[in-house]
Design a protein around this ligand. Structure first.
Ligand SMILES: N[C@@H](CCC(=O)N[C@@H](CS)C(=O)NCC(=O)O)C(=O)O
Length: 211
């Protein structure tokens, strides 16, 4: 009898959990998906609230470890299962840039784009995400010349940043600068990304979520 994988991803394909499938495919560790119908509010069940009182997906369990927040999940998986491959080693100076760009999407890009789209008024000097224009310029600078955040070296930071750029471009929440579009296109060529899209699509078909 085979034992089930330790890693369980609480999942719905229309949430950020879809990009964790890509993280997992890059890492290559065995995992299972546990579907929660967000449309029916199933992600607010007692089991998930106990794991993540935010009541949000994704949540990943790995044995006793419980991790919420997409970026934290990616960093955890890379350190735990792909250290030196998808995550620079602890004593590698490249780790600074790696961590910076893994955290930048949730800490800066998302709130900046949201504030911009919603026309929020705020004090640029007090808001951690600053000015929308500066955010765009910073991401553009970080991706030039590319092809990846660490130059020739692909890491989990690219999965985290690329997932955010992809969905923000898709939902027209980010200015479609050529550097961003080229980066997302390059990421789309990665076999692990393509496998993840197939896995997410299969869940959409199986659950009749196509709309
Ligand atoms: N900061 C979190 C955001 C998680 C999040 O907002 N998840 C959304 C789907 S992408 C969700 O669960 N929404 C349903 C709800 O809030 O009820 C992360 O990066 O993982």
């Amino acid at each position: 009898m085979t034992t089930p994988p330790r890693i369980v991803l609480h999942h719905h394909p229309f949430t950020r959990a879809a990009s964790v499938v890509w993280q997992l495919e890059e890492v290559g560790a065995p995992y299972t998906l546990k579907f929660h119908d967000v449309g029916k509010g199933e992600h607010k069940n007692a089991e998930l609230l106990a794991l993540n009182p935010m009541g949000k997906l994704p949540v990943l369990q790995d044995g006793e470890a419980v991790i919420a927040e997409t970026a934290a999940i990616g960093l955890y998986l890379a350190d735990r299962y792909a250290s030196g491959r998808l995550a620079p080693a602890l004593d590698d100076p490249a780790r600074g840039t790696y961590l910076r760009w893994a955290l930048f999407p949730a800490a800066v890009i998302e709130p900046a784009a949201m504030a911009h789209a919603a026309g929020w008024e705020y004090r640029v000097g007090s808001a951690g995400w600053g000015r929308y224009e500066d955010v765009l310029a910073s991401v553009e600078h970080a991706l030039s010349p590319g092809p990846w955040i660490l130059g020739e070296r692909f890491t989990m930071a690219d999965v985290i940043l690329g997932s955010t750029l992809r969905y923000m471009l898709m939902f027209k929440m980010l200015e479609p600068r050529p550097v961003f579009l080229d980066y997302v296109e390059r990421l789309g060529e990665r076999p692990a990304n393509q496998r993840a899209q197939e896995i997410n699509q299969a869940v959409i078909a199986e659950r009749g979520l196509g709309g």
